[in-house]
Write a protein that binds this ligand. Structure first.
Ligand SMILES: NC(=O)c1ccc[n+]([C@@H]2O[C@H](COP(=O)([O-])OP(=O)(O)OC[C@H]3O[C@@H](n4cnc5c(N)ncnc54)[C@H](O)[C@@H]3O)[C@@H](O)[C@H]2O)c1
Ligand SMILES: [Zn+2]
Ligand SMILES: [Zn+2]
Length: 342
């Protein structure tokens, strides 16, 4: 089968023929229909410092996908050939304290699909049945392909109650924009989003944010005044990974404000800890999705009318992966989809 492979320890990706994956008794074989390109895939293509430390070549990359089940292992119940599925890309150990307690998203030995083992940018992918999410509610194929980052957005946005609250989101990348749509849908009063890219702020406006602010020109405090807030934001969702965004968010929270942090900073950085202490701010790190509470929330949010269509800005046949990756790396786009059926 065709697969997009990190074949050599150098920048680039290679579209090549590899053997179809074999399945064990608890696994499911999936014919991949569409995949989403993630920042992680861009790091692997660019072969930056993180990729050099984290990736063993050769590796089939990719973890955001939708596909159709073609075969199930002997011990698999409740999933059948023909089911439309996406996959949870965090493979957990099943043996640590958190796994045994059912808190699988807190596993201490998580292996990433398309990072620590062969991934989904291929004609077929095999996954343990316990990592498969069956779409029982009708879903658009492009949206189903990005359930993994949509799950990051939902997990972060629903970390704290949002009804009637004033919400600040730093970073209008695809995940920040999806989180803004979720916060709106979940009943926030104001949703303000920030970025330094006008193209991305324009995308964010399409999902109905109250205010989209270019922080290269306008500080967050000014946006707060424009919205008429008197005491600061109640909930912050950090989705840029940028030190200056985190610092400015902390400075603009109300006393007792709550911040969920998804953005992954490239390195350590200082923040105003006395302000966090004296304002009694809660900061919560978010990694991945809750299995499968977040997935349940995603499906029913879509069923309830949540519209993510503006987030998808490009679709390419998998053979044009280089152009698709350039589009995704441009900093102008939303989610970019690869079609594996053409
Ligand atoms: N914790 C997890 O499980 C997890 C999973 C996926 C992604 N992530 C991280 O979440 C973040 C969002 O993911 P994404 O795919 O949307 O990333 P992205 O890189 O596409 O988006 C980040 C956005 O932040 C903007 N930005 C830069 N400086 C800014 C500033 N000072 N203020 C506000 N915005 C600024 C960028 O222009 C960009 O649009 C990334 O940091 C990513 O690494 C974490
Ligand atoms: Zn991803
Ligand atoms: Zn575990």
């Amino acid at each position: 089968m065709k697969a997009l492979v990190k074949q050599k320890a150098e920048p680039g990706l290679w579209l090549m023929d590899v053997p179809e994956p074999a399945i064990g008794p608890g696994d499911v074989l999936i014919k991949v229909l569409r995949t989403g390109i993630c920042g992680t895939d861009l790091h692997i293509r660019a072969w930056d410092g993180w990729a050099q430390q984290s990736i063993d070549t050769p590796l089939t990359i990719g973890h955001e996908f939708v596909g159709e089940v073609v075969e199930t292992g002997r011990d698999v119940a409740d999933i059948e050939a023909g089911d439309l599925v996406s996959g949870e890309g965090h493979l957990v150990c099943g043996k640590c304290r958190n796994c045994l307690a059912g808190r699988r998203h807190l596993c201490r030995a998580t292996v990433g699909l398309g990072v620590g083992r062969d991934g989904a940018f291929a004609e077929y992918v095999a996954l343990p049945a316990t990592n498969v999410w069956v779409h029982r509610v009708p879903v658009d194929l492009d949206i189903a392909a990005v359930f993994d980052p949509f799950g990051n957005a939902v997990h972060t946005a629903l970390s704290f109650p949002l009804v009637g609250e004033d919400v600040l989101i730093t970073g209008a990348g695809p995940i920040g924009i999806m989180a803004a749509a979720v916060a709106r849908h979940a009943g926030a009063r104001n949703v303000m989003i920030t970025d330094v890219s006008e193209a991305r702020l324009a995308l964010a406006r399409k999902v109905g944010v109250s205010l989209a602010v270019n922080v290269a020109e306008t500080p967050i405090a000014e946006g707060q005044r424009a919205l008429g807030l008197r005491e600061g934001f109640d909930v912050g969702l950090e989705m840029s990974g940028r030190p200056e965004a985190m610092r400015d968010m902390i400075a603009n929270m109300t006393h007792g404000g709550r911040i969920a942090v998804l953005g992954l900073p490239a390195e350590e950085f200082p923040v105003d800890w006395s302000r966090i202490v004296t304002s009694m701010i809660t900061i919560k790190g978010i990694y991945g999705r809750e299995m499968f509470e977040t997935w349940y929330a995603m499906s029913v949010l879509l069923e309830g009318g949540l519209d993510l269509a503006p987030v998808i800005t490009g679709r390419y046949p998998y053979q044009d992966f280089d152009a698709a990756f350039d589009d995704a790396a441009s900093g102008q786009s939303g989610k970019i989809i690869l079609d594996w059926t053409v």
